[in-house]
Write a protein that binds this ligand. Structure first.
Ligand SMILES: [Zn+2]
Ligand SMILES: [Zn+2]
Length: 227
C-alpha cells in the first residue's frame, strides 16, 4: 500500500468511516474521499498526523480554509439563510444542494442513549486532534470547556465509542444539533455562499447581520423561558 493510502485509511479509522464535517458515510475507496487537517488548513501537505480527518470532497470544499472567526460567521449565516426562503431566492442561493447517500434515521427504541463522559474519555477525545475544535479549528484551551461531538449523530445510528467522538466548540456544536448529513451540509453551503456575497454587497451584509441578531435574540429568550 502506498503512503497516501495508509494515511487515508488511518484517517478513516478516526471517525468510524464517517465524514467529520457532515457525519455522512464515506466510501472505503480511498479515491472517493479527502482528508483534512483542520488545525493546519493553510498547509495542506499530505503527511501522517493524528489530526487528519476524513471528509467528503464537497464538504472539504465548502469548509474551505476559513479562519475560526470567519467560520463562526458562516455558521450563523447558514442557520438564518436556510430558514429564510426569501433571502435564498434574492441572493441566488436557491441552488440544488448535492445529496449524499443519506444515513437512515433509526427509531428511538434503537437509538444509543446520550451519556455523560468521564474525565478519562474527555481527555482521550481532546487528544484525538490535539485539542482543536474539529469544525472551526479553534484551539480549545481546556478539556472542561470542550464539548463532545458525535460525528455520526446518535439518531443516525452513531455510537458513544471514542471512534465516533471528536472535540468541538460550543458554537459549532450548536450549528449541528442532530441534523442529518444533508441538512448540515446545506447549512454550511448557504452560510459560505452568503459570507462571500456579504463581502461584496454591503446592504446585503447589513440585512443579514440584522437577521442573525434577531435569531440570536429569539433563541436567547426561548432559553430563558425554559429555565
Ligand atoms: Zn461530508
Ligand atoms: Zn468550532
Amino acid at each position: 500500500m502506498s503512503d497516501c493510502s495508509l494515511i487515508k485509511k488511518s484517517a478513516l479509522s478516526r471517525t468510524d468511516g464517517a465524514c467529520h464535517i457532515c457525519g455522512g458515510r464515506l466510501s472505503e475507496d480511498i479515491n472517493k474521499f479527502a482528508i483534512h487537517d483542520i488545525s493546519n488548513l493553510d498547509n495542506p501537505v499530505l503527511i501522517e498526523t493524528s489530526n487528519n480527518l476524513p471528509v467528503h470532497f464537497l464538504c472539504k470544499e465548502v469548509r474551505g480554509t476559513y479562519s475560526p472567526i470567519e467560520w463562526t460567521r458562516i455558521l450563523k449565516y447558514g442557520i438564518v439563510v436556510r430558514k429564510e426562503k426569501k433571502i435564498k431566492k434574492t441572493c441566488f442561493l436557491d441552488v440544488k444542494i448535492p445529496q449524499y447517500p443519506n444515513l437512515p434515521r433509526i427509531g428511538n427504541e434503537k437509538k444509543t442513549k446520550r451519556i455523560s463522559f468521564d474525565t478519562n474519555t474527555r481527555r482521550n477525545v481532546y487528544e484525538k486532534i490535539n485539542g482543536h475544535c474539529h469544525l472551526c479549528g479553534i484551539p480549545l484551551d481546556a478539556i472542561q470547556k470542550m464539548q463532545i461531538d458525535h460525528v455520526r449523530a446518535l439518531r443516525s445510528g452513531g455510537s458513544n465509542q471514542l471512534s465516533n467522538l471528536l472535540p468541538i466548540c460550543k458554537i459549532c456544536n450548536r450549528s449541528k444539533w442532530s441534523y442529518s448529513p444533508n441538512t448540515i451540509y446545506s447549512v454550511f453551503y448557504y452560510g459560505a455562499a452568503a459570507f462571500q456575497l456579504a463581502l461584496k454587497d454591503n446592504v446585503f451584509a447589513i440585512n443579514l447581520n440584522r437577521l442573525v441578531e434577531e435569531n440570536e435574540e429569539r433563541n436567547k429568550s426561548r432559553r430563558n423561558t425554559k429555565k
